[in-house]
Design a protein around this ligand. Structure first.
Ligand code: FDA
Ligand code: NAD
Length: 434
């Protein structure tokens, strides 16, 4: 089979790939130099839409509406943008073998791709219940969500099981966003997760209490402190019930599982240095192998602000790390230098009519401010994290753009505080003064 050669190859066609492509164009990549190879059948899009407007009964998002880079207020790169720029967008092509020493990638169909510079942007895959042998986990309508094909299966199931029952397994991002999306579709929703409160990776018990109360008001039933240990199916193979470790059995027409992600780095095992479960990269997203870069979910990188090595599975970092890598590649070719990545962690989520943002680090003492009652009409509340006498993290529900900017600034500046009671009283006013 014919071999194709490119100066630059981006492996993966998700968020990072799309933002990298835009940066390549800005930097003046020449026609024929760049290829994006993706196993997905569509051009890069804003993945966060899949767990939100893609599933809504009204105001539904569909491609080409959410191709990158609309999610950050940028130009929408339609599929035709790529050939117009002379960029080869090679879709529905899964790479099954990577050989870094010979700079070669091989697809499932046996095509060979050569590169001079590679950007690894393979993102994450879902952890499946069948990975740890949960009985019956391969029944029909037990669904996961990572790519647009998965979202289409969910849309189909929602249509087919109108007014039916769903069990959501997992209390993290997918759990919270999908419970809301299914509830909005008038599905009867129960959520099951092992921890004492939802999203323990980020939320304090106080923050979680608001969301759990709010979800309960919306009719979502929350079952905590237990896990799914098995599934029953109908004769046609469709899921019928979820068996919980505590002995309860929940009826289900649809099950959505969100029990975490795993960075897709298996292709490169033993060929590149790893750290903390990802591919080790420097402040320019260069890996241990010359001319190989890693960005987005797969990259473990120096988080300068905290002098720590971290991996981040969120869209803002996917966008920014991709841009940083491309800038670094061009600077290097031109014998110039650029500043090291200096990232301020930023995560957000939206569900029902709620919308929160978080900036910084969630370590140290916490202070809750504002009205965090699930019955509040404004539901504007937040939390600061304080470490070594400085505010290092800030969370805000239902903030205005100015207020969100203010909490971002607090997390970046890390102002000192000596009285936590005062800080709680001041709340957002503290941030707006920084
Ligand atoms: P991404 O997963 O976007 O892209 C990876 C690409 O590589 C895919 O196209 C994949 O098919 C391809 N690929 C992988 N292996 C391959 C192979 N061997 N051959 C060819 N192609 C291959 N974050 C946030 O901050 N706010 C939010 O609201 C959300 N919402 C959200 C919803 C849902 C449903 C998901 C799954 C995730 C989010 N996220 C999020 C997380 C965010 O979307 C995520 O961090 C970024 O998409 C990561 O970008 P990457 O480019 O690293 O991977
Ligand atoms: P997650 O890590 O956010 O949450 C996983 C949750 O799974 C845990 O909180 C726990 O409640 C639960 N869990 C673990 N084992 C379980 C078990 N055996 N049974 C029941 N529950 C169990 O992961 P996710 O929600 O699956 O999200 C997957 C990926 O997608 C992550 O990278 C995430 O960052 C990304 N994502 C992000 C957003 C966002 O940023 N708004 C939205 C959707 C997805």
């Amino acid at each position: 089979m014919a071999e194709k050669s490119f100066k630059y190859v981006i492996l993966g066609g998700g968020v990072s790939a799309g933002y990298a492509a835009r940066e390549f164009a800005k930097q003046g990549v020449k026609p024929g130099e760049l290829a994006i190879i993706s196993k997905e059948a569509v051009a890069p899009y804003e993945r966060p839409a899949l767990s939100k407007a893609y599933l809504f009964p009204e105001g539904t998002a569909r491609l080409p509406g959410f191709h990158v880079c609309v999610g950050s207020g940028g130009e929408r790169l339609l599929p035709e943008w790529y050939p117009e720029k002379g960029i080869s967008l090679i879709l529905s092509t899964e790479i099954v073998k990577a050989d870094l020493p010979s700079k070669t990638l091989i697809s499932a169909a046996g095509e060979t791709f050569k590169y001079e510079t590679l950007i690894i942007a393979t993102g994450s895959t879902v952890i499946k219940l069948s990975d740890f042998g949960v009985q019956g986990a391969d029944a029909k309508n037990i669904l996961y969500l990572r790519e647009i094909d998965d979202a289409d299966k969910l849309v189909e199931a929602i249509k087919e099981k109108k007014n039916g029952k769903a069990v959501i397994v997992g209390g993290g991002y997918i759990g919270l966003e999908l419970s809301a999306a299914l509830r909005i579709n008038n599905i009867d929703v129960s959520m099951v997760y092992p921890e004492p409160w939802c999203m323990p990776r980020l939320f304090t018990s106080d923050i979680a209490a608001f969301y759990e109360g709010y979800y309960a008001k919306k009719g979502v039933k929350i079952i905590k402190g237990t896990v799914a240990v098995g599934f029953d199916a109908h004769e046609n193979g469709e899921v019928k019930a979820v068996k919980l470790k505590d002995g309860r059995v929940l009826e289900a027409d649809i099950v959505v599982v969100g029990v975490g992600g795993r960075p897709l780095i298996t292709l490169f095992k033993g060929q590149v240095e790893e750290e903390k479960g990802g591919i080790k990269a420097d402040g320019f997203f260069k890996t241990s192998i010359p001319n190989v870069y890693a960005v987005g979910d797969v990259a473990t990188f120096p988080l300068k602000l905290y002098n720590e090595i971290r991996r981040v599975e969120h869209v803002d970092h996917a966008r920014k790390s991709a841009e940083q890598a491309v800038k670094a590649i061009f600077a290097r070719e031109q014998g110039k230098s650029i500043d090291e990545y200096d990232y301020l962690p930023y995560f957000y989520s939206r569900a029902f009519d709620l919308s929160w943002q978080f900036y910084g680090d969630n370590v140290g003492d916490t202070v809750l401010f504002g009205d965090s009652s699930p019955d509040s009409s404004t539901h504007k509340f937040g939390s600061y994290w304080i470490k070594d006498g400085k505010v290092v993290g800030a969370f805000l529900e239902s903030g205005t753009p100015e207020e969100n900017k203010a909490i971002a600034k607090v997390a970046r500046v890390q102002p000192p505080v000596d009285n936590l009671d005062e800080l709680a009283k001041e709340g957002l006013t503290f941030a707006s003064k920084i």
